[in-house]
Design a binder for this molecule. Structure first.
Ligand SMILES: NC(=O)c1ccc[n+]([C@@H]2O[C@H](COP(=O)([O-])OP(=O)(O)OC[C@H]3O[C@@H](n4cnc5c(N)ncnc54)[C@H](O)[C@@H]3O)[C@@H](O)[C@H]2O)c1
Ligand SMILES: O=C(O)C(=O)C[C@]1(C(=O)O)C=C[C@@H](O)C=C1
Length: 307
């Protein structure tokens, strides 16, 4: 257990990520006091009932006032509005961070509102589930996951180092990168895959020959994973695609080109093309396992022994 890293932390938006942060902060003892704010009365009442935060406030400004660390945990499309609302009450020397899945658009929406005496250190924990809301969080969500910190040109090193220590205390491994690079990487690893999952589940639903019960009953692991991902929060994902438009379209363009090539290979009976492609992708997966980078895999730790 580490000592407090911030005297007071404010969580704005009390969903999956904020509630997980609260339980992880409590586990690690890294925050003296935690205030919280959610937009709807119902969420604020739920938060009070389940003991989320030390104090639930009636406005974002009330929660943020006097805080040493303010964390924006709202959908990326709402970050700018919330930043504008709390900017006048932010304490000099405080750090403002966020957990948004897109960085370039969030920085562009938030930074112009902030007074010079506030340190803005954008971040993104690469951990989540398909569930949302204040009751979906749990302390272990960030354990052994990455949290990417995306300092802007003007960010001082001390607040970055402190936020790094905070996320490490919450269980995460931390890396720093530019916003542009972050958005491209996430378009490949998260945003395009989500869109593909949404599409596949939509296609299955359109095929009326495949009744609901058959889709569930006979669904193999791959499709079941797609349905889990496709159950994610629609507001969050609408905002992600609108905010990371360029990188996502770039990756989807490449994806459709490769898909057409595979489609053509199937139509023309080009087994060599299919075999060579699948051999390449299998080698990528094996490389990830051998580098010990997939901690969720049943193969984790087996390395090269697994062939
Ligand atoms: N869910 C994930 O897998 C995941 C992972 C990493 C980062 N993120 C990012 O974290 C952020 C929060 O995601 P989540 O999964 O916790 O979402 P969530 O839906 O569980 O919670 C979001 C909360 O924000 C509130 N909210 C929405 N608009 C608001 C506004 N204008 N003002 C105040 N509150 C508002 C909602 O009522 C809700 O309480 C998003 O930016 C998302 O991109 C999500
Ligand atoms: O596990 C899941 O449910 C997720 O989709 C989490 C996931 C992802 O890995 O793509 C989704 C969005 C985030 O910004 C970070 C993590």
């Amino acid at each position: 257990m580490s000592g407090p890293i911030y005297g007071r932390v404010a969580l704005i938006g009390l969903g999956l990520i904020a509630s997980s942060m609260f339980w992880a902060m409590r586990r690690a003892g890294v925050a003296g006091e935690v205030t919280g704010y959610a937009r709807t009365r119902a969420t604020r009442e739920t938060a009070r009932r389940i003991g989320l935060c030390d104090h639930i406030c009636e406005s974002a400004a009330e929660a943020a006032e006097g805080a040493d660390l303010v964390v924006l945990c709202v959908p990326v499309g709402a970050m700018g509005l919330v930043a504008a609302e709390i900017a006048p009450v932010l304490k000099a020397g405080a750090t403002l961070t966020d957990v948004g899945s897109v960085k370039g658009a969030v920085i562009a929406a938030v930074a112009p509102h902030l007074p010079g005496a506030v340190h803005f250190v954008p971040a993104h924990p690469l951990a989540g589930t398909e569930h949302s809301g204040p009751e979906s969080g749990f302390a272990e969500l960030f354990d052994n996951r990455w949290c990417l910190i995306v300092p802007t040109q003007d960010t001082d090193p001390e607040p970055v180092a402190r936020l790094r220590a905070f996320w490490e205390a919450l269980g995460a491994n931390v890396d720093c990168m530019s916003a542009e690079h972050h958005d491209l990487v996430l378009a490949v690893t998260s945003h395009a895959p989500h869109l593909i999952a949404y599409t596949m589940v939509g296609v299955a639903d359109d095929l009326r020959r495949v009744t609901d019960s058959e889709v569930i009953k006979y669904s193999a692991a791959g499709f079941r994973d797609f349905t889990r991902i496709a159950a994610s929060d629609p507001t969050m994902w609408r905002d992600v695609f609108l905010a990371n438009k360029d990188a996502t379209l770039e990756i989807l363009g490449r994806f459709t080109e490769e898909l057409f090539a595979l489609q053509r290979a199937i139509r023309t009976g080009d087994g060599d093309h299919l075999h060579a492609y699948f051999t390449r992708t299998r080698a990528i997966r094996r490389g990830i396992i051998e580098a010990g980078q997939d901690t969720d895999s049943p193969d984790f730790g087996r390395g090269a022994a697994r062939r």
